[in-house]
Design a protein around this ligand. Structure first.
Ligand code: FES
Length: 73
Protein backbone atom coordinates (compact mmCIF):
# COMPACT_ATOMS: atom_id res chain seq x y z
CA UNK A 1 0.00 0.00 0.00
CA UNK A 2 1.23 3.51 -0.74
CA UNK A 3 0.12 6.97 0.38
CA UNK A 4 0.51 10.46 -0.94
CA UNK A 5 1.27 12.84 1.95
CA UNK A 6 2.02 16.55 1.58
CA UNK A 7 5.19 17.77 3.35
CA UNK A 8 6.15 21.44 3.22
CA UNK A 9 8.98 21.73 5.74
CA UNK A 10 12.48 22.04 4.26
CA UNK A 11 14.61 21.57 7.35
CA UNK A 12 14.92 19.04 10.18
CA UNK A 13 13.59 19.27 13.71
CA UNK A 14 16.38 19.45 16.29
CA UNK A 15 15.85 17.25 19.35
CA UNK A 16 18.21 17.44 22.31
CA UNK A 17 18.16 14.95 25.18
CA UNK A 18 20.87 15.50 27.73
CA UNK A 19 24.14 15.91 25.84
CA UNK A 20 22.84 14.28 22.64
CA UNK A 21 21.39 16.22 19.72
CA UNK A 22 19.50 14.49 16.90
CA UNK A 23 17.96 15.91 13.74
CA UNK A 24 14.59 14.44 12.80
CA UNK A 25 13.48 14.60 9.16
CA UNK A 26 10.46 16.85 8.63
CA UNK A 27 10.63 17.03 4.83
CA UNK A 28 9.83 13.37 4.14
CA UNK A 29 12.78 12.87 1.76
CA UNK A 30 15.32 11.24 4.10
CA UNK A 31 16.63 7.80 3.11
CA UNK A 32 17.33 7.16 6.80
CA UNK A 33 14.07 8.04 8.56
CA UNK A 34 13.37 9.23 11.15
CA UNK A 35 16.73 11.01 10.97
CA UNK A 36 17.68 13.81 8.58
CA UNK A 37 20.28 12.83 5.99
CA UNK A 38 20.50 16.22 4.24
CA UNK A 39 18.04 15.27 1.47
CA UNK A 40 15.89 18.30 2.36
CA UNK A 41 18.34 20.34 0.31
CA UNK A 42 16.75 18.75 -2.80
CA UNK A 43 13.61 20.77 -2.02
CA UNK A 44 15.33 24.15 -1.60
CA UNK A 45 14.13 25.46 -4.95
CA UNK A 46 10.45 24.46 -4.58
CA UNK A 47 7.69 26.95 -5.30
CA UNK A 48 5.08 27.31 -2.54
CA UNK A 49 2.17 27.04 -4.92
CA UNK A 50 3.30 23.80 -6.60
CA UNK A 51 3.38 20.12 -5.65
CA UNK A 52 6.38 17.84 -6.31
CA UNK A 53 7.43 14.21 -5.90
CA UNK A 54 10.93 12.71 -5.77
CA UNK A 55 12.15 9.34 -7.05
CA UNK A 56 14.69 7.12 -5.23
CA UNK A 57 17.56 8.85 -7.06
CA UNK A 58 16.44 12.29 -5.80
CA UNK A 59 15.08 13.44 -9.15
CA UNK A 60 12.24 15.92 -8.78
CA UNK A 61 9.01 15.92 -10.78
CA UNK A 62 6.32 18.56 -10.63
CA UNK A 63 2.78 17.23 -10.26
CA UNK A 64 0.44 18.92 -12.70
CA UNK A 65 -2.76 17.42 -11.28
CA UNK A 66 -4.17 18.91 -8.10
CA UNK A 67 -5.16 17.22 -4.86
CA UNK A 68 -7.36 19.89 -3.29
CA UNK A 69 -7.80 18.37 0.19
CA UNK A 70 -4.58 16.36 0.53
CA UNK A 71 -3.66 15.79 4.18
CA UNK A 72 -0.36 17.23 5.34
CA UNK A 73 1.45 20.25 6.59
S1 FES B 1 14.64 17.36 6.95
FE1 FES B 1 14.29 15.66 5.70
S2 FES B 1 16.25 15.04 5.07
FE2 FES B 1 16.60 16.75 6.31
Amino acid sequence: MARLIKKTKAEPIQISVGEQTKYICACGLSATPPYCDGSHELAAFEDDGKLYWYDNDGNCQEIVDTFPKIRGE
